[in-house]
Write a protein that binds this ligand. Structure first.
Ligand code: NAD
Length: 521
């Protein structure tokens, strides 16, 4: 484990990986593990050691077809299950998840690198959606208007779509699929999950749990793979909808391609979340929250705070407080060690670490001050791990590419502004609109902020405002393509198609003789 050197210097490291006889992580098709047959695989690393621990199957056309065909058949069965029977399976899944989630947290930490308690955090946020979904009858029951016109009733039915494709990113291998599949399955759909090839095991564990809970085969399918598998889902006519989470360029591609193929699409993209700090804020609270939200999960969160917008005159004091706290952070193996659990683990790959490091180089070259430099960090005993230390950059020019683009690492950038309005304008001028936060004790300023800001999720003295399961998750602008957010009421609307029925039944007493006459009531 390593603590952070808050002096500055520059150097970079490269990761290395050994390749032992790695097991192959399979697909899950037709209710069972499906060993790949085509020989295409990709390495899966333990980011803390840099070693290849497994190889993941990369689907070819035949496997893509088998997965979708099985899901299609699963839908035919599942969509005919009564509401009560579907609810029984969902409750069983929820109970199993609750009892065995420690196993899942270990799997996530091993392949992703995040600390185990943080892996548990993502499971709990996913479990919230499972719990929401157990109450699904209330959310799909439609509406009824009696006597809309004389003798005419109008009502709506909410029916499942069919096969739903879910394509997820590496940073939340359990939570992001759980934003979608509990809702999709509860509503009567079958899902095909295409996990990130960087941490594919969590989805297989979840598939086994569904089988144990009694879900019929074909309703939950895992298709491991790369662009080929994704394109298969985007273009196959048996797939009715696509739910995607990942980087903005891919989200845009997914939205355009799947829409062109007639599918319903929600594609959530990248982020650059700002925290606006007004001079009346409690700076100790702000520093604590900025450190948690900036460096937790090594900054690999779509709702991480990556920019602190300090309204002067507080910037010097705030930067000093953040720097002080960074000195106490411990970086190490997310799975823990003799000294217990660290505060943050490694980045996902050596390549990603080089990218994050490159952004710090750009910021420095553009004139930012490197207050704490994570580029030099090594972790004793884990020299080949993909570690990057918490980094603090001050006086970051807003013209720098490092400010305008998503870094997705443990790098906090401080930008100094003179007024509230200048801060709001800066946030609104960015390409992303995922999350943002304001720290202040002025309720009027917070209220203006929530009204004027062009961002989908807002925190008021809350740094990571991920909505609870009965609200919905989603950003604006380049952070969400499509108009349906994840989970909550939006989720149930997305995974159902509505029919409106207008019906007239003649009063039996008034039926004419020609039509069989009336009956005596
Ligand atoms: P990514 O876009 O590289 O990959 C996401 C998924 O798309 C993976 O399953 C991957 O296999 C697939 N993919 C990658 N390249 C593809 C291509 N050319 N064609 C088709 N499919 C392709 O994202 P990532 O690096 O795994 O995840 C990090 C990104 O996800 C960050 O940008 C982060 O902000 C974003 N994210 C956003 C949210 C949100 O709610 N908005 C949540 C989590 C992560």
């Amino acid at each position: 484990m390593s603590t952070i050197d808050t002096s500055t210097s520059t150097s970079t490291r490269t990761g290395s990986a050994t390749t032992p006889d790695a097991p192959v992580i399979p697909h899950w098709i037709d209710g069972a593990a499906f060993a790949p047959e085509n020989g295409r695989t990709a390495p899966v690393f333990n980011p803390a050691t840099g070693e290849v621990t497994a190889r993941v199957a990369l689907a070819d056309e035949a496997e893509i077809d088998a997965a979708i065909a099985s899901a299609h058949a699963g839908f035919e069965t599942w969509s005919r299950f009564s509401i009560a029977k579907r609810q029984t399976v969902l409750f069983a899944f929820r109970e199993l998840l609750n009892a065995r989630r420690d196993e899942l947290a270990q799997i996530i930490s091993r392949e992703h690198g995040k600390v185990v308690s943080d892996a548990m955090g993502e499971i709990l946020r996913g479990q919230e959606v499972v719990e929401l979904a157990t109450g699904f009858p209330h959310l799909i029951k439609g509406a009824f208007s009696e006597n809309a016109s004389t003798g005419i009733d109008v009502y709506s039915l909410k029916q499942p779509l069919g096969v739903a494709g879910i394509i997820s990113p590496f940073n939340f291998p359990a939570m992001v699929p759980m934003w979608f599949f509990p809702v999709a399955i509860a509503a009567g759909n079958a899902v095909v999950v295409k996990p990130s090839e960087k941490d594919p095991s969590a989805s297989i564990w979840l598939a086994e749990l569904w089988a144990e809970a009694g879900l019929p085969r074909g309703v939950f399918t895992v298709l491991q793979g790369d662009k080929l598998a994704v394109d298969g889902l985007l273009t196959d006519e048996r797939v009715q909808s696509i739910s995607f989470v990942g980087s903005t360029p891919i989200a845009k591609y997914i939205y355009e391609t799947a829409s062109k193929h007639g599918k319903r699409v929600q594609a959530l993209g990248g982020a650059k979340n700002h925290m606006l700090v007004l001079p009346d804020a409690d700076l100790d609270l702000v520093a604590d929250q900025a450190v948690n939200a900036g460096y937790g999960a090594a900054g690999e969160r779509c709702m991480a705070i990556s920019v602190v917008l300090a309204v002067e005159p507080v910037a010097d004091e705030l930067v000093a407080k953040i720097r002080e706290r960074i000195a106490g952070l411990r970086v190490g193996n997310g799975g823990g060690g003799p000294e217990g659990e660290p505060d943050l683990g490694p980045l996902i790959t050596a390549q990603h670490r080089e990218k994050v490091s490159g952004y710090v180089d750009i910021a420095e070259a553009d004139g930012a001050t490197v207050v704490v430099d994570g580029r030099t960090l090594t972790v004793e005993g884990h020299e080949n791990g993909f570690f990057f230390g918490p980094t603090l950059l001050d006086h970051v020019p807003t013209t720098s590419r490092s400010y305008q683009e998503e870094i997705f690492g443990p790098v906090l950038q401080v930008v100094r502004v003179q007024t509230f309005d200048e801060g709001v304008e800066l946030i609104n001028s960015g390409q992303f609109g995922n999350g943002t936060a304001i720290f202040t004790n002025d309720g009027g300023a917070a209220r203006r902020f929530q009204n004027e800001i062009q961002v989908g999720m807002i925190g008021i003295n809350v740094p990571i405002p991920v909505p609870v399961a009965y609200h919905s998750f989603g950003g604006w602008k380049q952070s969400l393509f499509g108009d349906a957010k994840a989970y909550g009421v939006h989720g149930f609307d997305f995974f159902t198609r509505e029919k409106a029925v207008t019906s007239r039944w003649l009063d039996p007493a008034k039926r004419s003789a020609e039509h069989g006459g009336g009956i005596n009531l």
